[in-house]
Design a protein. Structure first.
Length: 69
């Protein structure tokens, strides 16, 4: 069996996956993986200032959910 070296796997909590799946339902992304790849690509390419997501708000929410300290 050949291993696909073009992709790597990351783990996220099921609750985050499920919420993301619902969020992208009508956004034109075919999968949670493609949405995550898009976000990461945009973040790395443009840096924090060019990403349309308010990083402070995301971190605050992740703390509230218990994923960050």
């Amino acid at each position: 069996m050949a291993i696909n070296k073009k992709f790597k796997t990351i783990s996220i909590p099921k609750t985050v996956y499920d919420a993301t799946e619902q969020y992208i339902n009508d956004k034109g992304f075919p999968s949670v993986s493609s949405f995550a790849a898009y976000l990461l690509r945009e973040y790395v390419k443009g840096g924090e200032n060019n990403l349309e997501i308010d990083t402070k708000r995301v971190k605050k929410r992740l703390k509230e959910m218990g994923y960050l300290k």
